[in-house]
Design a protein around this ligand. Structure first.
Ligand code: AHG
Ligand code: MN
Ligand code: MN
Length: 339
């Protein structure tokens, strides 16, 4: 199909084609759009389906969380020093199993595993995943999520995995997405051709396209930051917060990155987790939290930076590397950067 150059604000042929697919089941949508992908051999499509399947299993467990013994702490810590919740560990198992069985992913980087997991297969893809984001909200029935980034492995499939396969910059992602277990469950993803959102219909056990070609509003009136940490913020961050207040912006902070990001993408806003005097490089993890959301935000006309450079250009030195994170509506992130 010929692509329109879309110099005006009129929807492109491509976006109206996607809009016409509202209500399509995820599987069909993935299949119909498979040819957009540079390596259209079907493996990435299968990988996305594996993620969707695992997310349905996790969704079922999240929904039952208050009824069965899967809430509360495990009594263990991950490498980042976070106290693992039972659901963190369970979600990690569900995604790892689905991806291992699927066979498209050769290596998995997870918040819950100290080192990368070699799945010992000929898969062409590497995945970085935060299986359960927003752990502190599990026990109180507030939205939580899953975040994932997908890369092509650089070395020959079937050979030992090398650090160049693992430590890839965000700009090398071939797909990324998140699942939001909220008042409804949604899967939002990009393969670098815009962002599409699917809503889960539990009685049918299927995701359906509900938010085609998502775009972030250019500006917005929501700022999301944990202001309780103000004493550890730098002056420019404090000044920007003051600016938001002077503009009568609305403060909204759920404490689940996926949920805060999703709301700001739909309504227009900025999410900030700055570096603090306590943790010089911020709290959020580059590989399995920020890169995916940075890719999605750029695909949706938004912006993501660490305060100095584009998140997607940040060199990866460590699997669990942390970063400051400013993401959301382009004009708001630009304004924050002017401070
Ligand atoms: P996780 O549950 O995967 O460890 O991530 C928690 C993250 C993120 O979801 C959230 O935005 C942020 O931590 C909240 O941190 P504060 O409680 O420090 O505000
Ligand atoms: Mn997280
Ligand atoms: Mn997590």
């Amino acid at each position: 199909m010929q692509r329109s150059t879309n110099k005006t604000n009129a929807p492109s042929i491509e976006s109206s084609r996607i809009a016409q697919s509202i209500g399509s089941a995820l599987d069909r949508f993935i299949k119909n759009n498979q040819n957009q992908f540079q390596y259209a051999s079907g493996e990435l499509s299968q990988l996305l389906r594996d993620i969707a399947l695992a997310s349905k299993v996790v969704n079922r467990e999240v929904n039952k969380a208050g009824l069965i013994d899967i809430m509360g702490p495990m009594g263990t810590q991950n490498l980042g020093g976070d106290h693992q919740q039972k659901l963190d560990v369970l979600a990690n198992i569900r995604f790892t199993r689905a991806l291992a069985k699927g066979g498209e992913v050769c290596a998995l980087i997870s918040e819950e595993s100290d080192s990368f997991v070699d799945l010992n297969n000929e898969g062409k893809y590497v995945i970085a995943i935060d299986p359960l984001d927003g752990s502190s909200n599990i026990d109180v029935n507030v939205s939580i999520g899953t975040i994932f980034s997908i890369y092509r492995r650089k070395t020959q499939p079937g050979t030992p995995i090398q650090s160049i396969d693992i430590l890839q910059k965000g700009s090398e992602q071939v797909a990324a997405g998140y699942v939001l277990y909220g008042s409804s469950t949604m899967l939002v993803y990009t393969t670098g051709h815009g962002v599409n959102g699917f809503t889960y219909e539990p009685s049918l056990g299927e995701y359906f396209l509900s938010h085609p070609d998502l775009k972030m509003p250019e500006g917005g009136k929501i700022y999301s930051i944990n202001e309780g940490l103000s004493n550890a913020f730098s002056k420019p961050v404090l000044d920007y917060i003051q600016y938001c207040k002077s503009q009568n912006y609305t403060a909204r902070y759920i404490g689940s990155l996926v949920a805060d990001f999703h709301r700001n993408m739909l309504k227009g806003g900025i999410y900030i987790y700055p570096a603090t005097s306590k943790d010089g490089s911020g709290k959020l993890r580059l590989m399995y939290e920020c890169n995916a959301l940075a890719f999605i935000s750029e695909q949706a006309d938004g912006m993501a930076t660490d305060g100095k450079q584009r998140i997607l250009d940040v060199e990866i030195k460590d699997l669990h590397q942390r970063t400051a994170f400013y993401v959301g509506s382009k004009k708001m992130v630009e304004k924050a950067m002017s401070y």
